[in-house]
Design a protein around this ligand. Structure first.
Ligand code: CMC
Length: 376
């Protein structure tokens, strides 16, 4: 409480300072380390943006080359983790990934080492291995041997390659690069906050990332991307979108992929995702993009209230049109967000404080204690 005021859901509460990501929810502005998301998505690769988020500045050519090499060299997953995946193979990929992250802690003897060298090496390993874990699980659950990473491919292209077994088209590579950049960080969202809460107790990196994935998976946060595709399927044809939306509104249910705690306007990431979804859709006879546009039309009256499309809305169709199975949408988002979580955990440790808010107790007080035999 603050003079008796309760900030439910911590809405509007600023809990620390950060030098990582600027979000201006009124103007729809998003910047990583002071660079506009629009410049980054149009001009950088995932690796450049990852370096920027982790190190605070854009890499030089030499730094970028070295960073890319380090990422390629760190892709190998411990054999025991592959055995673990085998045991858990029928689980949801996000749950399997979360469990793998937790288990990976046991392979890092220096997991509490906060030195610059250990932090850099660990961050590179975690970023590099995330897509490998997802792809290995996807292969294993189909009874196949995991596809070995391809050292000639960068992060985005290699992820698609390990999932699908073929070198992706230039267009697919570019779109996945862009989507990973757009997903890389988003300030104090629920999963990042969870990671910071865990890091704030000086627990280790793996614990913080595991918490982040747990928070991310929920349908009001990262899990929304899977809900959007379910919504598209439930709608079926663009003509049915208006009725579907009206029905949700009548029942006070949210339209998935719409609304945001911070943005009162269109999520600035949506513009790029819409363009990519539209481009892929124009090359296929799939009607999912048309359904999304019909949902947008049906939502027009509510958009005046500031409820607009968010990052999950078009991303779902992009992943679908790239041939990624629905239950890998959340893990694919995690591949990008891992960078942001790592940068945020690093910042939390660098200026640590225990995160411990209050709850206003509103239950009964001073109750007489009844003996067990007297209770009804
Ligand atoms: N569809 C229809 N109405 C909505 C929606 C929506 N998606 N989102 C918010 N509203 C309305 C809500 O009914 C309420 O109206 P009123 O003031 O008349 O009661 C008003 O907007 C404020 O909503 P809220 O739920 O109090 O706002 P919040 O900040 O607590 O919720 C949210 C944010 C993301 C949980 C919510 O917008 C939502 O459930 N969206 C759907 C799920 C989704 O797409 N989540 C992904 C979020 S972005 C990416 C990420 O974080 O991973």
């Amino acid at each position: 409480t603050d003079g008796g005021v309760v900030y439910r859901g911590l809405a509007g509460v600023t809990f620390d300072q950060s030098q990582i990501t600027l979000i201006d929810g009124k103007q729809g502005r998003l910047q990583y380390r002071g660079y506009s998301i629009h410049d980054l998505v149009e001009q950088t690769t995932f690796e450049e943006t990852a370096f920027l988020l982790l190190n605070g500045q854009l890499p030089t050519t030499t730094e970028l080359d070295q960073f890319k090499h380090q990422l390629v060299a760190a892709r190998e997953i411990p054999a025991t983790i592959l055995e673990l995946i085998q045991l858990l193979k029928d689980g949801h990929p996000t749950e399997v990934l979360r469990t793998c992250l937790s288990a990976l802690a046991t392979f890092d003897a220096e997991r509490l080492d906060g030195s610059v060298t250990a932090t850099k090496a660990r961050s590179i390993r975690l970023i590099a291995q995330m897509p490998c874990l997802i792809a290995a699980h996807h292969a294993i659950r189909q009874g196949k041997t995991p596809i070995q990473p391809n050292p000639t491919l960068d992060h985005a292209a290699n992820f698609l390659y390990m999932l699908q077994g073929t070198i992706p088209s230039q267009q697919a590579q570019q779109i996945v690069n862009q989507i990973l950049i757009l997903h890389a960080d988003h300030s104090a969202n629920a999963s990042t906050f969870a990671a910071r809460v865990v890091a704030g107790t000086r627990s280790d990196w793996y614990a913080a990332l595991t918490a982040a994935i747990a928070a991310f998976a929920g349908p009001l946060h990262g899990g929304a991307i899977e809900q959007v595709i379910a919504m598209i399927q439930a709608i079926g044809t663009p003509e049915r979108a208006a009725d579907y939306v009206a029905n949700l509104q009548a029942n006070n249910q949210p339209v998935m992929g719409f609304g945001h705690r911070v943005y009162q306007t269109e999520d600035p990431r949506a513009r790029h995702l819409r363009k990519a979804a539209q481009a892929l859709s124009a090359q296929s006879d799939n009607n999912y993009y048309a359904i999304l546009e019909a949902v947008v039309q049906a939502m027009r009256p509510y958009m005046a209230k500031g409820i607009d499309v968010n990052v999950d809305f078009y991303a779902s169709v992009i992943y679908h049109l790239l041939g990624i199975p629905y239950d890998l949408f959340v893990p694919a988002f995690i591949v990008g967000r891992t960078v942001g979580w790592l940068a945020q955990i690093q910042e939390q440790y660098a200026n640590n404080i225990l995160i411990r808010p209050l709850l206003a107790y509103v239950g009964p007080i001073d109750q007489p204690y009844p003996a067990l035999s007297q209770r009804q």
